[in-house]
Design a protein around this ligand. Structure first.
Ligand code: GRF
Length: 187
């Protein structure tokens, strides 16, 4: 099986990156992670890149041309899938157009509900009965593109922000890889 080249964008802890690295070790998984892009040099996820010998590009988003630097590297590595795994920066319309291939994102809610930040607090405040995570295509609007996969769980009375995050991330670590498998099986 010829795997496609993927790039994972991160900003923080990198637990989703870790689950993708683990999945990509399976020879039937459709992509191989060839590049990690991070906009925070102190992110824990950067250590994962080093540990797994995956090239990691640290970008300074204060520089005007930082997306061009990313695009250059992505072209060099023949990347055909970008996975946004906790990348806390909005991807520009220009970048989406210039890349021209698949970009997917993982979000900790059942989209279209609770787009944007502070998801868990808003879910608790709204007294939601269930929540989960969504993996979706990235388009020019925030957390908006076509859904690839969603995973759901029911919220218990004693759940709080911390427990919701823990339960959601557990689902995310399965959902992201499943979404990638689905993406290449049906497209
Ligand atoms: C995840 O919960 C994801 O849904 C959100 O950012 C978080 C990243 O976590 N977009 P991690 O860095 O993968 O641990």
């Amino acid at each position: 099986m010829v795997k496609k080249n993927a790039c994972v964008f991160i900003s923080g802890y990198g637990s989703n990156l870790r689950s993708l690295i683990l999945s990509s070790r399976n020879h039937t998984f459709p992509v191989s992670i060839k590049l990690i892009v991070c906009n925070n040099k102190n992110a824990k996820g950067v250590l994962l890149a080093k540990k797994n010998s995956i090239p990691c590009l640290i970008v300074n988003t204060k520089k005007r041309n930082f997306e061009n630097i990313i695009l250059l590297e992505i072209r060099k590595k023949n990347i055909s899938l970008i996975c946004l795994a906790g990348y806390m920066k909005i991807i520009s319309k220009k970048f989406i157009r210039n890349f021209g291939k698949k970009i997917i994102n993982i979000h900790p809610s059942l989209l279209p509900k609770f787009r944007g930040l502070n998801t868990f607090k808003r879910i608790i405040d709204e007294n939601e009965k269930k929540t989960g995570c969504s993996v979706h295509h990235v388009d020019e609007k925030l957390d908006n593109g076509k859904i690839i996969i969603k995973k759901i769980f029911f919220i218990k009375k004693n759940d709080d922000i911390v427990s919701l995050k823990k339960k959601t991330q557990k689902l995310e670590h399965v959902a992201f890889s499943e979404a990638i498998i689905k993406l290449y099986r049906y497209n």
